[in-house]
Design a protein around this ligand. Structure first.
Ligand code: PRP
Ligand code: ZN
Length: 299
């Protein structure tokens, strides 16, 4: 098959999104054998190719139509989009799914000894960042004038070197900030991985592959959050329990051998189940509660 008849997806070569993106595709049954340092790989069982590139290049590859799809962090995508607009260009693509992984935030951080109370405290400061357009938009929205120092990496070192008073960088676990004696003062953007599509029209064949892929992506995303929950409960408590537990359809109720007042309840919950919910269930009379992951789901 000609390469142009294969759906082409841009993925991050290395970094926070790489493994998660490949895992998502694998869970969708789209698998690749990737030689080390390869920039390109062919799917073994579907007409799909991946291009492994720097995350910063993914929006451009999709906007230019070099790739049909891309998986990228909203942080990179929005920064690129603002950069394009600020330079008089358009930035067009379709954001077709939020993928719920590689979650992080773009935050302003200060050295531990410096206090911060409100956005006006940024006035006149020098802030180092790799996201000058997002930071610029944030400052403008809040009518604050500050000096943006645009650097492409190791932003967290800038205050120590006396290059900046504060930084604006990605935070996930918070470890990088802590290791550099900084604290997170204010979140300016929440980010997660998203799937974007080029505006170039797809051939019918590619359209069909995309539909198949999206059905599977939706199945994986729905299954990831959902849990299969089993427990015993007094019949009299069932109504109360249903109000505690969100579920897709009516629960399955199974009688228990030799016990009339209690039943076994099976529920698929569309959300993750927190300890608090389990405690509420227990308080309502449930016992022997099991929460199990769901691998795939098609509704
Ligand atoms: C980001 C950011 C920090 C780190 C924060 O870099 O620049 O270095 O992640 O994560 P933590 O809070 O869990 O310590 P990233 O790995 O995204 O690389 P890049 O900015 O060079 O693309
Ligand atoms: Zn990057």
């Amino acid at each position: 098959m000609l390469a142009k008849e294969r759906l082409r997806i841009a993925l991050q070569k290395k970094g926070r999104l790489n493994q998660d993106s490949l895992d998502l595709l694998a869970r969708c049954g789209i698998t690749f054998r990737i030689a080390s340092n390869a920039l390109f790989a062919r799917c073994e069982n579907l007409p799909i190719d991946i291009l492994l590139v720097r995350d910063d290049d993914i929006p451009t590859l999709v906007m230019d139509g070099v790739c049909d799809l891309g998986i990228v962090g909203e942080n990179v995508l929005l920064e690129k989009q603002l950069y394009q607009y600020n330079n008089g260009h358009s930035a067009k693509f379709n954001l077709i799914r939020k993928l719920g992984f590689s979650c992080c935030r773009l935050s302003i951080a200060f050295p531990e000894k410096v206090s911060y109370a409100r956005v006006q405290d940024l006035t006149g400061l020098r802030i180092a960042t790799s996201y000058p357009n997002l930071l610029g938009a944030y400052l403008k929205d809040h009518h604050v004038r500050a000096d943006i120092l645009s650097i492409s990496g190791s932003v967290e070192i800038a205050p120590k070197l006396g290059m900046a008073d504060a930084i604006c960088d990605l935070v996930s676990s918070g470890r990088t900030l802590e290791e550099n004696g900084l604290y997170e003062a204010s979140v300016i953007l929440q980010s997660q991985a998203v799937l974007i599509q080029s505006l170039n029209p797809l051939s019918q064949l590619k359209e069909d592959i995309l539909d198949l892929m999206l059905r599977r992506v939706d199945g994986v995303l729905a299954a990831k959050e959902s849990k299969y929950i089993l427990f015993h409960a007094p019949r009299a408590a069932l109504q109360k329990i249903q109000s505690i537990l969100p579920c897709f359809e009516s629960p399955t109720i199974i009688p228990l051998e030799g016990c009339d007042e209690k039943v076994s309840v099976h529920v698929v919950s569309p959300e993750g189940v927190f300890w608090k919910t389990l405690e509420n269930l227990k308080q309502a009379g449930a016992s022997s509660i099991l929460v199990m992951p769901i691998e795939k789901m098609m509704r």
